[in-house]
Design a protein around this ligand. Structure first.
Ligand code: TYM
Length: 331
């Protein structure tokens, strides 16, 4: 049985990209694997977060994950800061990772933009903490969306250098589990930009707590082009918005892009958007309803995370303690 680890930042309501790129796969992987899922609040504060909002969003995301089908009886769900082993291993990894490696991270460049000097040091070493999250548990498979690919490559570089420097095969190689479809859901307002929790426009994303009317409105307003849908996949090239909507439909339905075009090719966006709305509402409404119900029980949500953190610690402590001994820390 593989040990799976993955995380999500509690910085807003999970959006459709989080769901299709990650959460839905987390749910499926629970069947045959030992899974550890984490709300990465320490990663969240690499950019300013209002403390009250961070606490609320941590609970709200817990509700969405439970409503999506994360099974906390058989698997572990907790918030990162509650297991201090992550921070201890991250410090060691800050000393293992080379500046040259971090300088190549495209997410840092995207987030910091031209104004590098004004961003937190935490944002720069973000990928070291991510490597620590995974290797604190010696997890070997990590289900993520496409945007995390480079971070997982860095995780393997760090593990390899640690193993080399301290003379052991201590950390395993990590495999990225990236879905063949839905790994990069794009914004509804701009098909060249990733759908994101942090986009200032809520119209750019479907949130996993949106009700039917909101979903219908966002899809109706989604940017498209004047042409009807093509009947062949090649016809979606250089039509990023059309490709995105077709990909969302296909991924939600578990079929291929060509299957969707066989059914809807030649149609205008009016009827296609209606069909897409129906599919989205059918999948998201039950998750949104259950989330609303769970949010009325903040005590239960907090206990769930506390229990998850307790169980996570029992796996993390011996591994990180051994890593510290290997480095030469006196115990
Ligand atoms: P975060 O919170 O940005 O996103 C959580 C997961 O959702 C995926 N995702 C997407 N997939 C498809 N299309 C999109 N538009 C889209 N937007 C987000 C992300 O790829 C991710 O899988 N650094 C991570 C959190 C993290 C982590 C980890 C993940 C911290 N430690 C250890 C794995 C293992 C992040 O910011 O995810």
């Amino acid at each position: 049985m593989r040990r799976i680890f993955s995380g999500i930042q509690p910085t807003g309501v999970p959006q459709l990209g989080n769901y299709l790129g990650a959460i839905r796969n987390w749910v499926g992987l629970q069947r045959d694997n030992e899974c550890i899922f984490c709300l990465v609040d320490m990663h969240a504060i690499t950019v300013w977060q209002d403390p009250k909002a961070l606490r609320e969003q941590t609970l709200a995301q817990t509700a969405v994950l439970l409503a999506s089908g994360i099974d906390v009886q058989r698997h572990i769900l907790f918030n990162q800061s509650a297991v201090t082993a992550h921070a201890r291993l991250a410090w060691i990894f800050n000393c293992v990772a080379r500046l040259g490696w971090l300088n190549r991270m495209t997410q840092f460049k995207d987030k910091a933009g031209k104004d590098r000097e004004n961003h937190s040091a935490g944002l720069y070493v973000y990928p070291d903490l991510m490597a620590a999250d995974i290797l604190t548990y010696k997890a070997t498979a990590v289900p993520v969306g496409d945007d995390q690919r480079q971070h997982l490559e860095l995780t393997n570089d760090i593990a390899q250098k640690f193993n080399h420097d301290y003379g052991l095969e201590f950390f395993p190689t990590v495999e990225a589990l990236i879905p063949p479809q839905g790994a990069r859901v794009m914004s509804l307002r701009d098909g060249t930009k990733k759908m994101s929790k942090s986009d200032p426009s809520a119209q750019s994303r479907i949130e996993m707590t949106d009700d039917a009317d909101t979903i219908a409105l966002k899809i109706r307003r989604a940017k498209t082009d004047p042409e009807p849908l093509p009947s062949e996949e090649a016809g979606l090239e250089s039509r990023p918005e059309a490709r995105n909507l077709v990909t969302i439909y296909a991924t939600m339905q578990g079929c291929s892009i060509q299957d969707v075009l066989n059914r809807h090719g030649g149609e205008g966006f009016g009827p296609f958007k209606k069909a897409l709305t129906d599919v989205l509402v059918q999948h998201i409404a039950p998750i949104a309803d259950e989330t609303t119900r769970l949010l009325k029980e903040p005590g239960f949500l907090q206990d769930t995370l506390r229990d998850g953190a307790r169980r996570a610690r029992t796996i993390a402590e011996p591994i990180v303690s051994e890593a510290e001994s290997l480095v030469g820390f006196l115990k």
